[in-house]
Write a protein that binds this ligand. Structure first.
Ligand code: NAP
Ligand code: HSE
Length: 430
């Protein structure tokens, strides 16, 4: 079998897993690994030389494939660009770089006749990218939605199932190697936004800037929210969605409108997303021909992610034998950035937890304000009356997000309101 010579940037959680898996694939020769700190104690044993000089890899003409598992925007972006310039193929797990610079990187790869493989960048060990790119290539996609971050799913599951505090659950996720170097990327939803940007590019041939994606993380989700959601038959998940908003109407690519967003969502306990716990991910892909498919599996961690990285290397190795391999494996990604639909037009039911004064007329006033904004209440309860204060929990029917925001603004002007403690969307298929 042909030998492929690899150089790797990074020997952390993912890089260590790659080293372990490559030991089972002797024809894939890992020639050198670059790290930041040579003195760092490592649990991974490898006979492969380790350096802090990335140039020893990028400038080595024998190395055909750069495996980038160091993460972050810079200097990873510069290294990837330099490798492409030198006509090396790139295998990367770096969703941040792809989401922020995908159009120019794929254009550069095309120009140089090389490829970028990035299965590990979304949903860890789940072969989602190749499924969308190749397995479902016959479809027009309507939506890609699901749980795309292992760390936050681990935190929410463990807060609910084991009663862990947010901080303890996050510390466990970090110790297990799921979390990003800066966990704000996970808990504030940036990581999911990066993944949605990549998924939008693959499913709808349109890159969306991560900064244009509506984003809300899980920091404000409390044990009280999790318990109340369960009482009403829901579980709270961080759900990311990229959805065509043209409702099946024939439109040109330029006219296609995309709703792309990530935020905590109440999912019915009977829905497959509600059953996904720990660091697992779950993605629902809806295509016009296939209907809806569901993929579930490990979304983070050393070996699951390395499975995707090494799978890419093996696929790349096979592809190198094809006469026109680079064009075959180039995703059809435009170099254009596209806009997203206004988040005001998103429609879903809502779960609200309000802290109020326990005085006459409160529920009547809330009903009037909601009625003025075309919001219909599905269910309302009052709880925890103490020292003249109470918690009111409301579930609404479908609401346009702009109308809900206007109603909440009016509500906040009411003297009886202490706070809108939570306003969380309820899952709506579509
Ligand atoms: P990590 O554990 O923090 O490892 C990063 C590695 O890169 C370390 O070995 C570090 O060197 C090296 N490094 C960092 N900056 C460097 C520089 N300037 N020059 C040379 N080496 C440098 O990160 P990770 O969790 O493996 O994640 C790596 C990438 O995979 C990220 O893009 C991440 O988003 C992605 N990813 C991670 C997972 C996961 O479950 N962890 C899953 C999917 C995708 P030292 O060891 O010397 O510090
Ligand atoms: N930090 C990411 C997560 C790694 O928790 O999902 C996988 O992309």
């Amino acid at each position: 079998m042909a030998r492929v010579v690899l150089g790797m940037l990074g020997l952390g959680t993912v890089g260590s897993g790659v080293v372990k898996l490559l030991a089972q694939h002797k024809h894939l020769q890992l020639k050198k690994i670059a790290v930041r700190d040579l003195a760092k104690e490592r649990t991974t044993t490898t006979t492969c030389p380790i350096t802090t000089d990335v140039n020893e890899i990028i400038d080595d003409p024998e190395i055909e494939v750069l495996v980038e598992v160091m993460g972050g925007e810079e200097p990873a972006l510069t290294y990837i660009k330099r490798a492409l310039e030198k006509r090396k193929h790139v295998v990367t797990a770096n969703k941040e770089v792809l989401a922020k610079h995908g159009p120019s990187l794929f254009a550069l790869a095309r120009e140089k006749g090389v490829t970028i493989f990035f299965e590990a960048s979304v949903a860890g060990g789940i072969p989602l990218i190749s499924t969308i790119q190749r397995g479902l290539g016959a479809n027009q996609f309507k939506a890609v939605t699901g749980i795309l971050n292992g760390t936050t799913n681990f935190i929410l599951s463990n807060m609910e199932e084991r009663g862990l505090s947010y901080e303890t659950a996050l510390a466990e996720a970090q110790a297990l190697g799921f979390a990003e170097a800066d966990p704000s990327a996970d808990v504030d939803g940036h990581d999911v936004a990066y993944k949605l940007s990549i998924l939008a590019a693959l499913s709808f041939q349109r890159f969306v800037k991560p900064t244009d994606i509506y984003r809300q993380g899980i920091r404000e989700i409390t044990p009280e929210d999790l318990a109340l959601a369960k009482e009403f038959g829901y579980r709270i998940k961080l759900v990311g969605t990229a959805r065509s908003t043209t409702n099946g109407k024939e439109t040109s690519t330029e006219e296609k409108s995309l709703a792309v967003r990530v935020h905590p969502t109440l999912v019915p306990l009977s829905h497959p997303l509600a059953a996904v716990s720990g660091s697992n991910n779950c993605i629902l892909v809806t295509g016009d021909a296939v209907g809806e498919i569901i993929m579930v599996g490990p979304g983070a961690g050393s070996l699951p992610t390395a499975s995707a990285v090494v799978g890419d290397i093996i696929n790349l190795e096979s592809a190198l034998k094809l006469p026109d391999f680079a064009s075959y494996f180039q995703p059809s990604i435009t170099s254009q950035w596209s806009n997203t639909a206004s988040s005001d037009d998103w429609v879903s039911p809502y779960f609200l937890r309000l802290s109020v004064a326990d005085t006459p007329g409160v529920i009547g006033t809330i009903g009037t304000i909601f009625g003025n904004h075309k919001i219909s209440i599905q269910s309302i309860i009052q709880r925890g009356v103490k020292d003249g204060r109470a918690t009111i929990v409301i579930l609404t029917h479908d609401v346009r997000e702009g109308d809900m925001n206007a109603a909440l603004t009016n509500l906040k002007e009411c003297p009886f309101l202490d706070s809108v403690a939570s306003a969380i969307r309820i899952y709506k298929a579509g």
